[in-house]
Design a binder for this molecule. Structure first.
Ligand code: PGA
Length: 237
C-alpha cells in the first residue's frame, strides 16, 4: 500500500476517554452522530463500565476498549477478557498505552499476551508505541520503537493498528512535526517490513487535527483530553 492509496482511505478518529469522566459523559454525547459520508471512522474508547451505554449504530461510531486482560478467562478477579469485550460489541482495544506501561507495569510479555487475546477474540488491537523525552534527547527514538515492535513478530500487520504516541507529547501541548511523524512511519514500515494502519496520538486537538490527518502516511488520530468534548471531537472530522 503506497501513501497515495492511503490518502483515499477512511481516516480514523480514535477517542481515548481515559478515566477523565463520570457517567454524565453519556448525556453529553447523546446527540453525537456521525454521518456515514464524512470519510472518517470514529472509534470511542470509554471507561469499561460505560461500554454498554452507547447506541453505536445510531451514533455511527465503533466501540473500543482501553484495556483487556492478558488471560483468555478464569479466576482472575477484576479482569475483563477480550472475548467478553467482543461480546459487548467492542471492535478495537488499546494495548501498550504508555500510561499502562508506566503506571500498571505492563511489560512486553504482558502486552504480547494481550495482543494475542485481542486478536483471538476478533478485536483489532491499537498498539501504542513511543519514546520518552529523555530517550528522544539521547537520540534513542528508533531503538526504543524497534524494541517495542519486537512483540509484533507473530502477528500480521493487517490484524492491528499501530499508534505512534511519543510519551513527551501526551497530555501537553507539543507535537512532533509532520516530517517527524512521517519519518517514524517510514522507520516502522522498514522495521516490520510491511505496510500497516498508522495513527498518531499525543496532544491532538481540534486545532491541529486537520494538519495531522492531512499527512498522507497517517491513517488517523488518537485523541485523549480533547475527545471528551463532543463539539471538539466532531470538529476533528
Ligand atoms: P492527549 O492523550 O490527547 O491528551 O495528549 C493522547 C493519549 O494518551 O492517547
Amino acid at each position: 500500500m503506497k501513501s497515495q492509496e492511503k490518502t483515499n482511505m477512511t481516516k480514523l478518529i480514535i477517542a481515548n476517554w481515559k478515566a477523565f469522566e463520570g457517567r454524565d459523559i453519556i448525556e453529553r454525547f447523546k446527540d453525537f452522530k456521525v454521518s456515514s459520508h464524512t470519510g472518517f471512522h470514529f472509534i470511542i474508547c470509554p471507561p469499561t463500565p460505560l461500554l454498554g451505554q452507547f447506541n453505536t449504530q445510531e451514533m455511527g461510531i465503533s466501540l473500543g476498549a482501553q484495556d483487556c486482560s492478558q488471560h483468555a478467562k478464569g479466576a482472575f478477579t477484576g479482569e475483563v477478557t477480550a472475548s467478553l469485550l467482543h461480546d459487548m460489541g467492542v471492535k478495537y482495544c488499546l494495548i501498550g498505552h504508555s500510561e499502562r506501561r508506566r503506571n500498571c507495569g505492563e511489560t512486553d510479555e504482558v502486552l504480547s499476551q494481550k495482543l494475542i487475546q485481542a486478536v483471538k477474540a476478533g478485536i483489532i488491537p491499537i498498539f501504542c508505541v513511543g519514546e520518552t523525552l529523555e530517550e528522544r534527547e539521547q537520540g534513542r527514538t528508533e531503538f526504543v520503537l524497534q524494541q517495542q515492535l519486537l512483540i509484533l513478530a507473530g502477528l500480521k500487520p493487517e490484524q492491528l493498528i499501530i499508534a505512534y504516541e511519543p510519551v513527551w507529547a501526551i497530555g501537553g501541548d507539543k507535537t512532533p512535526t509532520p516530517a517527524e511523524i512521517q519519518a517514524v512511519y517510514q522507520f516502522i514500515k522498514a522495521d516490520i517490513d510491511q505496510d500497516f494502519q498508522f495513527v498518531y496520538g499525543g496532544s491532538v486537538s481540534e486545532g491541529n487535527a486537520k494538519m495531522i490527518l492531512d499527512i498522507p502516511e497517517v491513517d488517523g488520530i488518537l485523541v485523549g483530553r480533547a475527545s471528551t468534548d463532543p463539539l471538539k471531537l466532531a470538529e476533528m472530522g
